[in-house]
Design a protein around this ligand. Structure first.
Ligand SMILES: CN(C)c1nc(=O)c2c([nH]1)N([C@@H]1O[C@H](COP(=O)(O)OP(=O)(O)O)[C@@H](O)[C@H]1O)CN2C
Length: 183
């Protein structure tokens, strides 16, 4: 039999389309709830570094849409990892896979329930990885999730990680958003 996961996860794909709104451009691909089905999906699709620039993958718990406005996201924020351009070849795909495995493997111990999902933004100006949590005010939860991420991704001080509250990002989208926590 297949190995069941604690949660069901949904993969979304975003590609910019001038004829559609941002929300309409978010496409739900498929959901899975076993380790085997995760791997067959992962091995079937392009890696993040193979996507067109401007595209995103998002993987969220089933029922949570990959957007600030979702009830599960609106009081939360994200741990954001900004990559250097050259890290697309060396780190992007490894970091993204490691984040996916942390999530489906519930690696954040008692704080795994606060994890909503993760987003990878493939951008000319530098790729970004975000892990979204549901409550920006739970400092211990946010910090423990950040610490575990840093550990599992083996992120050194070279790569910065900051936690941004979605409410702040929404109003400052495009310019620099302040980090409420940093690691
Ligand atoms: C419901 N709704 C409209 C809505 N809900 C959302 O949740 C949401 C958006 N809109 N986003 C839009 O994408 C632009 C680029 O952000 P980016 O994170 O791709 O980053 P770049 O500026 O492309 O690097 C954002 O400026 C925002 O317009 C982003 N976003 C998460």
């Amino acid at each position: 039999i297949k190995h069941p996961l604690q949660n069901t996860w949904t993969l979304w794909y975003y590609e910019p389309d001038r004829n559609k709104s941002w929300e309409e451009s978010q496409r739900e691909i498929t959901s899975f709830d076993t380790a085997e089905d995760f791997w067959s999906l992962y091995n079937h699709i392009k890696t993040a570094s193979e996507l067109r620039q401007g595209s995103d993958y998002s993987m969220f718990k089933q029922g949570i849409r990959p957007m600030w406005e979702d009830d599960q996201n609106k009081y939360g924020g994200r741990w954001l990892i900004n990559l250097e351009k050259k890290q697309r070849v060396t780190d992007l795909d490894n970091f993204w896979l490691e984040i996916l495995l942390c999530m489906i493997g519930e690696a954040f111990n008692e704080y795994s329930d606060d994890v909503c999902g993760a987003v990878v933004n493939v951008r000319t100006k530098g790729d970004k990885l975000g892990v979204w949590t549901s409550n920006a005010d739970s400092a211990d939860s946010v910090m423990e999730i950040g610490r575990k991420l840093k550990e599992r991704l083996r992120i050194t001080s070279k790569t910065t990680m900051g936690y941004q509250v979605h409410k702040d990002t929404m109003v400052k989208a495009g310019s620099q958003t302040k980090n409420t926590y940093t690691l």
